[in-house]
Design a protein around this ligand. Structure first.
Ligand SMILES: [Zn+2]
Length: 100
């Protein structure tokens, strides 16, 4: 099920400004998207976790809206044996943030 895309009025003359938007790629599907569309992961002493606001460290990104990118099999490339744990963290994170 996908949310209906509302027709957001955009100013047609202002597409593609020169302003740099940082692009990241998903560790699971390698898709490139603006950073805001990812969940940021960060490597801590105890392994990969979902980054808290402002948390520093070696980072990785996974699509925030694509459950297919949260499965352990695809996260294994990033975090090996922790993939299953990270996978359930991402699902819980999504439930928390989407139910509002
Ligand atoms: Zn992805």
């Amino acid at each position: 099920m996908t949310a209906p895309v509302s027709p957001i009025p955009t100013a047609p003359t202002q597409q593609k400004r020169a302003r740099h938007v940082p692009e990241r790629s998903c560790v699971a599907c390698r898709r490139k998207r603006p950073q805001g569309q990812f969940v940021r992961l960060v490597r801590t002493d105890s392994g990969w976790v979902i980054a808290q606001k402002g948390q520093q460290g070696r980072g990785a990104y996974v699509c925030a809206d694509t459950p297919g990118c949260w499965v352990a099999k695809r996260l294994g490339r990033l975090c090996g044996a922790q993939a299953a744990h990270l996978s359930s963290s991402l699902q819980a994170h999504h439930e928390r943030t989407s139910s509002n």
